[in-house]
Write a protein that binds this ligand. Structure first.
Ligand SMILES: [Zn+2]
Ligand SMILES: [Zn+2]
Length: 265
């Protein structure tokens, strides 16, 4: 059982780290720089960790930049305030994602620029053979654990989360982060901070802070808000694997009208 739990949480957090660190903060926002070697390293790590649900840095960056530009309006690719439920929101996002990925929709020039692109890995990551192969691998692991490690059958219910890891993370952040929680800033949208210690989504649930300060590396802005990815980024900067952009490190937090959250849940 412990092996299965370790595999589940290992997959959850490695995939989540790649999403917040590489797809979101690097590919979409360019909060820091890294050389070509490390870019390929984290690109490959994103492919390995997301596996069957691999998300392209280009398509992710474009959709995410649109989300910031049109937050909680009709043109937002995934606003919970313009869809009936979390599944219709995921479906709508998937359609736009595929259209952008396959260049079937015209993208504004301000979104279509400055993102990492590795053609071979893009083709591999989006191929059926790769998606199916990873899915079979996850299933075989659970079957192995069921037969040889005495795993309870109920753990099979975790398999769909493995298959859809990337979109599941996206759905939690996009739904909860624009629906539940408190606001530090008035961003003229519905963005919320859902948790004060965001151990669940590694900082992604500080949507209200992040929409106010989209280039700030630390998503926590109050002393009690903890963004677990920030210390990792500081460590990677200290080891010189990444380089912080001077202009983005010291982005000051504007004084919000309220000194403390307006409401908690
Ligand atoms: Zn948002
Ligand atoms: Zn963002």
């Amino acid at each position: 059982m412990y092996v299965v739990l370790a595999a589940f949480f290992g997959h959850w957090y490695l995939s989540l780290f790649c999403q917040t660190f590489f797809l979101h903060r690097y590919s979409a926002h360019k909060m820091f720089t890294m050389n070509k070697f490390w870019e390929k390293f984290f690109y490959a790590l994103t492919y390995i960790s997301q596996g069957s649900s691999y998300l392209s840095p280009r398509a992710y960056a474009i959709l995410h930049r649109m989300h910031h530009a049109f937050s909680d309006t009709e043109k937002d690719p995934h606003s919970p305030h313009h869809t009936e439920n979390v599944f219709t929101m995921m479906w709508k996002t998937k359609d736009l994602y595929n259209a952008v990925l396959n260049r079937k929709v015209k993208v504004e020039a301000r979104f279509e620029r400055d993102y990492p692109y590795w053609e071979k890995l893009e083709k591999l990551g989006d191929s059926w053979i790769s998606r199916l192969g990873w899915g079979i691998l996850y299933s075989l692991f659970y079957i192995f654990a069921f037969i040889y490690l005495d795993m309870h059958w109920a753990f099979f219910l975790l398999l769909p989360i493995h298959y859809l890891m990337g979109p599941v993370h996206g759905a939690i952040v996009n739904w909860s982060g624009h629906k539940y929680g408190y606001q530090n800033f008035d961003n003229k949208d519905e963005s919320k901070n859902s948790l004060v210690f965001d151990l669940l989504m590694m900082g992604e649930l500080f949507q209200n802070n992040h929409h106010k300060l989209p280039n700030r590396v630390n998503f926590g802005t109050k002393w009690f808000e903890f963004d677990p990815t920030y210390p990792v980024i500081k460590f990677l900067s200290w080891t010189k694997i990444i380089k912080m952009k001077e202009s983005k490190v010291g982005v000051e937090v504007p004084k919000p009208k309220e000194a403390s959250p307006t409401h908690l849940f």
